[in-house]
Write a protein that binds this ligand. Structure first.
Ligand code: FMN
Length: 344
């Protein structure tokens, strides 16, 4: 996710390696390709894992995602990314951002499946056969019944697998997500189809599988409220919301790692706020944390606050309004955050 899932985030989420974290593949934030090949230094800045064999420090492969509408520079950029170490290339035909779409990128291509086919074929030809080229799309621009033509175009272009965010471009992120619309694609395509969109809990994943038959899934926003979602879906972690203290500890570890990589305090504070904003969108008990963090102007205050939550003392710091009069006695300590509200 652009502006969110940087290499530091990928590192923190994949610690322990695929068997422990449950993540088989990471995809980078999108790299914008205009009319020229993206220079090596830009690829290396955006995907530093390229300099470490194209995997996170714990060995989870990272695909480089490229976004654009011009075949030749897309192909040249893909070739450069693979030369630098990319384990796979992902083509973004799903980004709904107006600026991106106005400049012939992302979901704008959904209106012309033939161009998706040509770009996919050009990129496929540009990289060795054993390097996967995946394609990420939405159900269509403004209608869901175009997904068949879009998916076929990706397959004919030589995509290794297809990822579908089950919404149209015009929907943005508005409900409802339409997993059912993916069913004919899962049936008709020979390549694997990966479902995406509003998969926030293992129950969502089961419902999605029942709706469309997909057996592979891509997670975005939900992970920020439930980082063990991958492990839960694979059955290697209890199917319950991650305890809030665990989440706070993870965000602190992320902030420390950002510091280690030279991120200035302001940037670290922004990322902490962003993480809690995303978490608050899918779990009710993160809302008071976000309400408090979003008002903080000092990184040290935010970290100190999160540390109190990490210690399992959320009741004191998450109060959003100053208490009237004398300090009230703290309520009894919460005992089991595992039995707290569901994450979605
Ligand atoms: C802030 C933000 C940035 C995103 N950036 C990207 C991106 O760079 N590449 C991409 O393929 N999808 C991007 N997405 C879309 C997500 O990958 C995903 O398809 C979408 O959020 C639906 O999945 P989810 O409900 O699991 O989050 C972004 C989404 C958000 C909210």
């Amino acid at each position: 996710m652009d502006g969110v899932t940087c290499h530091v985030y990928r590192d923190v989420l994949t610690r322990g390696g695929p068997e422990v974290c449950g993540i088989s593949t990471c995809v980078s934030e999108f790299v914008r390709v205009t009319d020229h090949q993206v220079p090596d230094h830009v690829l290396l800045r955006m995907v530093p894992e390229l300099a470490q064999g194209g995997a996170t420090p714990s060995g989870v492969p990272v695909y480089v995602q490229i976004l654009g509408g011009a075949e030749a520079p897309m192909a040249a950029t893909a070739r450069a990314a693979v030369r630098l170490g990319a384990r796979g290339i992902d083509l973004n035909f799903g980004c709904p951002a107006r600026t991106v779409n106005r400049h012939d990128g992302g979901a704008a291509l959904l209106r012309t499946p033939e161009r998706i086919r040509r770009i996919t074929a050009a990129v496929r030809d540009a990289v060795p056969d054993d390097v996967p080229v995946s394609v990420k799309v939405r159900l269509g621009w403004d209608r869901t019944n175009t997904i068949g033509a879009i998916a076929s175009a990706a397959e004919e272009g030589g995509a290794t697998f297809l990822v579908v965010h089950c919404r149209t471009r015009c929907q943005g992120y508005a409900p409802p997500v339409d997993w059912h619309a993916l069913a004919p694609v899962v049936t008709d395509l020979r390549i694997p189809v990966v479902a995406n969109g509003d998969l926030f809990t293992p129950q969502d994943v089961a419902a999605c599988e029942a709706a469309c038959g997909a057996t592979a899934f891509m997670f975005g926003r939900g992970v920020m409220g439930r980082p063990s979602l991958f492990r839960q879906v694979r059955g290697i972690a209890p199917r319950a919301p991650d305890p809030l203290p665990d989440l706070a500890r993870l965000v602190c570890a992320y902030a420390r790692s950002l510091a280690h990589h030279g991120a200035p305090p302001r940037a670290r504070l922004c990322r902490i706020k962003q993480w809690w904003r995303m978490a608050a969108a899918t779990r009710a008990d993160a809302v008071p944390v976000f309400d408090r963090v979003k008002r903080m102007g000092d990184l040290g205050d935010a970290l100190a606050f999160l540390e109190t939550i990490s210690d399992g003392r959320p009741e004191r710091p998450v109060r959003t309004d100053p208490p009237p009069g004398p300090t009230p006695r703290p309520p009894r300590r919460a005992t089991a955050s595992r039995s707290g509200p569901p994450a979605a």
